[in-house]
Design a protein around this ligand. Structure first.
Ligand SMILES: Cc1cc2nc3c(=O)[nH]c(=O)nc-3n(C[C@H](O)[C@H](O)[C@H](O)COP(=O)(O)O)c2cc1C
Length: 390
């Protein structure tokens, strides 16, 4: 039997493509409109170079750090995603893998597993919410996450409800019953491993969002919750400050690209921001996050922790992001592909790839700790950087 271990995130992606039904794989790839931002997120990392040393390099490298009040074994944490239908163990498997590798877990409020189960699998869980429903609805979600033991709150405000994709969005059913199973049978039947995983659980994939349930109520279906979110006016900066105050603890605003927004986030009292464009899933044409990071880090990096997510596929990408001002990165598709390829072990495998890649880049750069990285370690080609709203 072929080994289930894989050597790179690219191999995990190929396995995910082979194992998942086309519509599930398509939903993971996402990327809105022409997919320019999604592609730039990845391509921009490849434009950056390194200037390595060949002797006098450190024999041991320290990857451990702290971010968002958490001590973690390396500067890579799990970005929140809805992982419906990728794997029956979903976010619980991801949380266990992150715990096994000593790092933190971001759980989406649109995820497929209850926050209580995810925190039980990884006590270093941060809960992510969207601005959906009334303030009371939002408070109820927040209080549930607090009660469950979430160690921080992530507010994601960059979603633009852009539903047009040049490559054609996959069809995602509202729920999966016998009729939809039969409808999707041709694509599922040619993906037997995926089918077998669900067959073993005795249930079809669950397309509900348990963390959006009203107190004591049943978990709504994904599209029902999505519709309610679409009806909610977007939050103001006062709303952000209000929510931060209600939470009272570690608070990350995810989705910042502009310097002026970063400053307003600081004024709203956040403890951290993530330079993020939702993996290129919303306003297409937004530049790669790594291009926008240095200007944002220069503006607010001394006041709040600055994270980055988008296009991170290898340890050397993490090192580039740290050298350009990030405290840590969050990964999205990389761990989803690992989950699809090999469940919890696949996510651990992805995290090990990141760890080895970071260590190897530190060795080459002659740095003994992730805290020693600086802009001098990276070659930035002319015209690479973008300064938004400065
Ligand atoms: C399938 C998918 C679902 C996502 N769902 C969420 C979500 O529910 N909440 C959120 O804040 N971000 C969500 N994101 C964005 C990720 O948290 C992250 O910003 C993005 O994936 C980073 O880019 P990368 O995939 O290139 O690493 C999602 C991304 C993908 C690919």
């Amino acid at each position: 039997m072929a080994s289930s271990w894989f050597e790179s995130v690219a191999v995990a992606q190929r396995r995910a493509r082979k194992r998942l039904p086309a519509s599930v794989y398509g939903a993971l790839m996402a990327g809105s409109e022409r997919g320019q931002t999604r592609e730039d997120n990845v391509a921009a990392f490849a434009e950056l170079g390194f200037a390595p040393h060949v002797a006098g390099n450190p024999a041991q490298r320290d990857l451990a750090t702290t971010v968002l009040g958490q001590a973690i074994s390396m500067p890579v944490i799990i970005s929140p995603t809805g992982v419906q239908a990728v794997h029956p163990d979903g976010e619980v498997a991801v949380a266990r893998a992150a715990a096994a590798r000593g790092t933190a877990m971001g759980l989406s409020s649109f995820g497929s597993k209850p926050v209580e189960d995810v925190v039980a699998a990884n006590p270093q869980t941060l809960f992510q919410i969207y601005w959906s429903g009334s303030r009371d609805d939002i408070l109820a979600r927040l209080e549930r996450a607090r009660k469950a033991g979430a160690v921080g709150l992530i507010l994601t405000t960059d979603w633009t409800f852009s539903h047009s994709r040049d490559w054609g969005s996959p069809h995602i059913p509202d729920h999966i019953d016998l009729r939809t199973m039969l409808l999707h049978a041709p694509e599922a039947i040619i993906r037997p491993r995926w089918l077998v995983r669900y067959a073993r659980t005795g249930r079809p994939p669950d397309l509900t969002v348990p963390n959006m349930a009203p107190p004591g109520g049943p978990a709504p279906r994904f599209f029902g919750a999505y519709g309610a979110w679409m009806q909610t006016p977007p939050p103001s900066w006062e709303d952000v400050a209000w929510l931060r105050e209600q939470w009272g603890g570690v608070f990350l605003l995810k989705g910042v690209s502009r310097i002026d927004d970063a400053k307003r986030a600081v004024d709203a009292g956040v403890t951290a921001i993530s330079v993020s464009n939702h993996g290129g899933n919303n306003l297409d044409g937004t530049p790669a996050t790594i291009r926008a990071l240095p200007a944002v880090a220069d503006a607010v990096g001394s006041q709040v922790e600055v994270l980055l997510d988008g296009g991170v596929r290898r340890g050397s990408d993490v090192v580039k992001a740290l050298a350009l001002g990030a405290r840590a990165v969050m990964i999205g598709r990389a761990y989803l592909w690992g989950l699809a390829a090999n469940g919890q072990s696949g996510v651990e495998n992805v995290l090990d790839i990141f760890r080895n890649g970071i260590d190897s880049a530190l060795l080459g750069l002659g740095r003994s700790s992730v805290h020693e990285l600086s802009r001098d370690d990276v070659l930035i080609p002319p015209g690479f950087l973008r300064s938004l709203g400065g």
